[in-house]
Design a binder for this molecule. Structure first.
Ligand code: NAD
Ligand code: MG
Length: 344
């Protein structure tokens, strides 16, 4: 299956969702990966990838290494291998590898090409689409970065066989996000089909990628509709923050966040109780958490304002309208939010 991302300024590219085919690059290529991914899949990738000159840059595994120093080490590798402006970086790993490799590609000699070969479900359905790249610093996550589109994305669902179950669930949460906000038919299909099945996961990846691609094509720089992809994230970020990023995977926090957003949507009449329950049970099918004990509701509310997406002291909520539709609003009253948080 192939999904085309249509973007202005020659930035369009294709996403291939299938067993990895032979790739030929008549240029210098650097694969950026980590020990976990390379341990499982590097030989396989190397057996498919043909380059004029190939090297591998291995960086440590983990979100805690998604920072300036690791970025420097990637750039250093590029200089040592004398990459030029025609050379190519290959991001081979999850979203952390994708974001950092993409950012390195965006600044190495003012920008070179890169391709993504995402290996986690989350990066296959979400991080590999849309061209956001970046790193974290002490002020927060993804605060330094660039929009830099890959020239192609190769998604091979068979790589998911080695992925831990929890990581798989975290990816499913982002799939559910796309369905609830944009595609009712897809949501119903998800209710009826098991994503542990190889054929089904391929279909689900393609549908999610297509959904995100449509949104990104309309709004590459997140000036409008693209913000809807943050459904569940406004709440999720607070949860991640409160739990020091060490209790929940991002996708898991988003799962809880979607349930909170749904509660708010039910409260102000955008969604029925029954629809909210359907979302919850779909998440639970994949062991994605849907509840969270809030210690201090006022405190939780204050945390919203630390989010970079909360402009002008107004919280922007992405709320579902039924299933398959959504709305972006900063007109929700504090009383309503506090009330649903108390009842959660
Ligand atoms: P990750 O990259 O940390 O990968 C999760 C874990 O799975 C890692 O330990 C990794 O080594 C391991 N792994 C990867 N592939 C594997 C495989 N096939 N088998 C076994 N283990 C494997 O996390 P992630 O969830 O992929 O991505 C999260 C990151 O993506 C965050 O930094 C987030 O900010 C970013 N992100 C970016 C975008 C975007 O649009 N650019 C969107 C969503 C998330
Ligand atoms: Mg996310």
């Amino acid at each position: 299956m192939t999904v085309k991302i249509n973007l202005p300024h020659d930035n369009s590219y294709e996403i291939f969702i299938e067993e990895l085919k032979e790739l030929y690059f008549d240029r210098k290529v650097v694969i950026v990966t980590n020990p976990t991914v390379s341990g499982f899949h590097l030989e396989y990738l190397k057996s498919k990838l043909n380059a004029r000159e190939l090297s591998v840059c291995t960086i440590p595994d983990g979100e805690e290494y998604k920072h300036m120093q690791t970025l420097e080490s990637i750039l250093e590798h590029c200089f040592e291998k004398r990459l030029d402006r025609k050379s190519l970086l290959v991001a081979f790993g999850g979203g952390v590898i994708g974001d950092m490799t993409g950012f390195a590609a965006s600044i190495y000699q003012r920008g070179i090409d890169f391709v993504q070969i995402p290996t986690t479900l989350l990066s296959q359905v979400d991080a590999s689409v849309g061209g956001k790249t970046g790193i974290n610093n002490k002020f927060g996550k993804n605060l330094i970065g660039a929009f830099h589109q890959p020239i192609a994305v190769y998604i091979d669902p068979s790589m998911l066989k080695t992925l831990p179950k929890r990581e798989f669930g975290a990816g499913v949460a982002e799939i559910v996000k796309m369905a609830v906000t944009f595609n009712k038919d897809f949501f119903e299909w998800l209710e009826q089909n098991d994503l542990n099945d190889e054929k089904n996961i391929q279909i689900a990846i393609a549908k999610s990628v297509q959904t995100k691609a449509d949104v990104v094509s309309q709004d590459e720089k997140e000036l409008g509709i693209r913000a809807a992809l943050n459904y569940g994230h406004t709440f999720g970020h607070v949860i991640e923050n409160e739990t020091n990023y060490d209790t929940y995977l991002h996708g898991e926090a988003v799962g809880i966040g979607m349930c909170m957003a749904n509660a708010l949507a039910v409260k102000i009449g955008l969604m029925s109780q029954e629809e909210a329950l359907r979302v919850k049970s779909l998440l639970e099918k994949y062991n994605i958490p849907t509840t969270y004990k809030i210690k201090d509701v006022e405190d939780f509310y204050e945390h919203f304002f630390l989010d970079k997406k909360s402009l002008d002291n107004k919280i922007k909520f992405i709320l579902p309208v039924g299933i398959g539709n959504c709305k972006i609003t900063n007109e929700v009253s504090k009383t309503d939010v506090i009330e649903i948080l108390k009842g959660f």
